[in-house]
Design a protein around this ligand. Structure first.
Ligand SMILES: *Cc1c(COP(=O)(O)O)cnc(C)c1O
Length: 431
């Protein structure tokens, strides 16, 4: 038997302290952000602090209702691939809604955001003759998979480093087809790409821009279309890729782009063609979520107020934070065992769920906790989190930050763009 090969792989992962244990959780739709946690024969409520359902849309009554009613009307599954069973009407509606969200000609829906990146980058890179893909070094695994699958040449530029990107573009020459693949919001570091300046370079050197807005859709911009909308550059990005699973709280992925690009990927990508379509009930729920967030800036503001309060509480407690540019609050630990211990203590002693983030999700030595407040985390929960982190930091001998009393940016600036507010904070340290 070859079983020992697998066993020795797992032993290695365990030795490195990065063997992953997934908690047994059941989210409580009636009482967000609580979930029931089962640990052996014990069962208790915990506060979830690391969900990517950033706005709690996964439990929104309108979204749940759309899913339930559509399932009752049309059944649970799609009944086949789109090639075999056609388009369900709910998916057509969803694609129209997404194209409108991003102000593009068309949109195309996939089983997940991972598949969307893999299919879109794979097809674009394969069909453009002699294509060169320029990829940010922190790009998500799904983009890397797409670039690999395309067989195109790839060059990796240093994270958000425009000089490095420009050197590569210049070196490739004006006539070679080029794609710049990057994210708007890097979810493990919580930092944001200079989209406008990347578009400047793309225009100057004749490149296509491919932007993953997975962690920003629903959350940023006046209608929740993402950072490109917030920054007023959505029309300058050629392909926008997003997920329906994070801010929108359902599941599925998509691209929004020129109709010819969408039609090409529809016609050529195996991971679009050879897999069963999204169930109509899922599409209807996602549509409801997108429609709701287009008009409800109140959800985004409620979210930002709690993000802001959380950051202030952690700062006052001296808990280190890696970035304050986005709604994601990464807290560095820097060691896989301590990171797991911190997570275990938070769960077992304080009933707070914060999954440790280890290699290969982040580089070794940069292990961290990643805090994502939602509009449902109330002020008491935020205070409890700060106190619990202090105790855990003390217990494990982790490094505290010197307490910083400089003013912080107004939370609204994160949704609507800093420029409107920057005059008020001119010269202030953004920390
Ligand atoms: C989560 C994620 C994806 C994949 O989206 P899913 O819908 O979860 O498959 C793609 N890109 C980035 C940057 C992500 O973090």
């Amino acid at each position: 038997m070859l079983r020992h090969h697998f066993q020795s792989y797992l032993d290695g992962v365990r030795r490195e302290g990065r063997y992953r244990i997934f908690a047994d959780l059941e989210r409580d739709a009636a009482r967000p952000p609580y979930a029931r946690w089962r640990d052996g024969s014990n069962c208790r409520d915990v506060v979830v602090w690391c969900s990517n359902d950033y706005l709690g849309m996964g439990r929104h009554p309108l979204v749940i209702d759309a899913m339930v009613k559509t399932a009752q009307r049309t059944g649970t599954g799609a009944g086949g691939t789109r090639n075999i069973s056609g388009n369900s009407h709910a998916v057509i509606t969803l694609e129209a809604e997404l194209a409108d969200l991003h102000r593009k000609d068309a949109a195309l829906v996939f089983s997940s955001g991972y598949v969307a990146n893999e299919a879109a980058l794979g097809t674009i890179g394969r069909l453009l003759p002699d294509c060169l893909i320029l990829s940010d070094e922190r790009n998500h695994a799904s983009m890397i998979a797409g670039i690999r699958a395309s067989g195109a040449d790839k060059q990796i530029f240093r994270h958000n480093d425009l000089d490095h990107l420009e050197t590569m573009l210049r070196h490739a020459g004006h006539f070679r087809p080029k794609v710049i693949a990057f994210e708007s919001l890097y979810s493990m570091d919580g930092d944001i790409a200079p989209i406008s300046r990347i578009c400047d370079l793309a225009e100057k050197f004749g490149a296509i821009t491919y932007l993953d807005e997975v962690h920003a859709v629903g959350l940023y911009g006046a209608r929740g279309a993402g950072i490109a909308e917030r920054d007023g550059v959505m029309d300058r990005v050629d392909v926008i890729e997003g997920t329906l699973a994070k801010g929108f709280g359902v599941v599925g992925g998509y691209i929004a782009a020129d109709a010819v690009i969408c039609d090409t990927i529809r016609s050529a990508a195996p991971s679009f063609i050879f897999t069963t379509a999204m169930p109509p009930a899922v599409a209807a729920a996602a549509t409801q979520s997108v429609v709701h967030l287009k008009k409800s800036i109140a959800v985004r503001i409620a979210h930002w107020l709690q993000v802001d309060k959380t950051r202030r509480a952690l700062r006052n407690a001296g808990i280190p934070m890696m970035s304050l540019e986005s709604h994601i609050i990464p807290v560095p630990v820097g060691d896989p065992d301590l990171c797991r211990e911190a997570s275990t203590l938070l769960m077992e002693k304080f009933g707070l769920y914060l999954q440790p983030i280890n290699y290969p999700t982040v580089p070794r030595g940069t292990e961290r906790l990643r805090i994502t407040p939602t509009p449902f985390h109330n002020d008491q929960m935020i205070e409890d989190l700060a106190n619990a982190l202090c105790e855990v930091w003390d217990t494990l001998g982790l490094r505290f930050e010197a307490i910083n009393r400089a003013p912080m940016l107004h939370p609204h600036s994160f949704i609507t763009g800093a420029s409107q507010y920057s005059h008020r904070y001119a010269g202030a340290n953004p920390l």
